[in-house]
Design a protein around this ligand. Sequence first.
Ligand code: NCD
Ligand code: ZN
Length: 350
Amino acid sequence: MTTITLPGLIDVHTHLRVPGGEHKEDFASGTAAALAGGITMILAMPNTNPPLTTPAVLQAACAQAQADIRCDVGLYAGASSEDVAQLPALAEQAVALKIYLNDTFGKLRVDDLPTLMACFREWPRQKPIALHAEKQSVAVSIGLAAVYNRPIHIVHVSRREEIELIAAAKTQGLPVTCEVTPHHLFMDQADAARLGALGDMRPVLGTPDDVAALWEHINSTVDCIATDHAPHTLAEKRSATPPPGVAGLETSLPLMLTAVADQRLTLPRLIELMHTNPRRIFGLPEQPETQVEVEMTPTVIRNESLYTKCGWTPFDGREVAGRVARVVLRGQVVYENGRVLAQPGDGRLI
Ligand code: NCD
Ligand code: ZN
């Protein structure tokens, strides 16, 4: 069995559900799940309840995070038409701005052009703008990046036409980066049909051709692997109105290690996608004396061993090629032999 040492991984797309969704996940449980997955830094999304669209709500979330996090966390501010005047004040406390152009879990949505234009004018240039953009919205996002000549990051790209349009934008020299999730790389429509609500998320799982397109671009157009960890309870998923979203923090690295074992990408490329590029794109700080030790050994993913509060994954029962053995954060052993050792408050707010 081979042991591999990686830098602390960075997930730029996590839902930690504070405030308002603490029964699904909270800062302590979500950051425990991150460490169990070899992830030492995460950026948390603003589609909470209430959403992180005002300085007061964002400030309260920051204070709660500071007390509860076990790994390092940065918060996104959310864009909304109602609170657009607050963008400069919001920017002081957030790592990046998230704009939702398409429907998903929560009410955050921007569907008017004046608000979009204000976001691109007012948000500080050195802080990234991340967009949930599907289908034609990808073209809208790229158009805004070109007009305002500022970097954008397109989250969870899932379709052939989307990744091909982004590749074309990059060829033109436009400042566009993007992320892909492991679930869009390792599952398709057939899994969605098999799993029902447990395989439903936004964007929905693609066709086999969409999945093939994402793999075709894994060594070129794709900048980051991001989990889109979006926990919901089994009871919610089994209800008449199941919310979209699946957990991902603890399965992302084991799945990507499987892709390395299958020679779909190299280990240096995995490190680019899960550490170097996220850090560069979002301007994130270095974590000194931080590393993840991985054992390349066949391992079956099991719901029972998860730290996420929701307690399930669509990958339950799947065999993967590696497991996280040990995580060291700033010289402290924070995860070892299946146990999270970091305490709430050990993480740093970015
Ligand atoms: C996310 C959630 O549950 O917050 N759901 C999802 O299906 N991905 C929202 C999102 O990222 O779109
Ligand atoms: Zn998300």
